[in-house]
Design a protein. Structure first.
Length: 71
């Protein structure tokens, strides 16, 4: 049986909450609420996913998190 770390499980939950790359960006607090993860811990996970090129992050009023490419 495959065993994953808790952080990996949270990252997979967060990625599954995101819509298509051309859709509207989601706020970290909304992703955290849907995936039942602390928004502060999720922000660190999102940062690592962004560095890996899996998600795009945009700051500001119209910002949020999006998938970097189609699934």
């Amino acid at each position: 049986m495959l065993s994953l770390s808790t952080t990996t499980g949270y990252a997979i939950r967060a990625l599954s909450c995101l819509g298509p790359p051309d859709g509207p960006p989601m706020l970290v607090k909304d992703i955290a609420a849907q995936s039942d993860v602390s928004k502060f811990y999720l922000a660190k996970i999102i940062s690592r996913l962004s560095q890996a090129g899996l998600v795009k992050c945009k700051r500001g009023y119209t910002g949020g998190v999006q998938l970097a490419r189609p699934a």
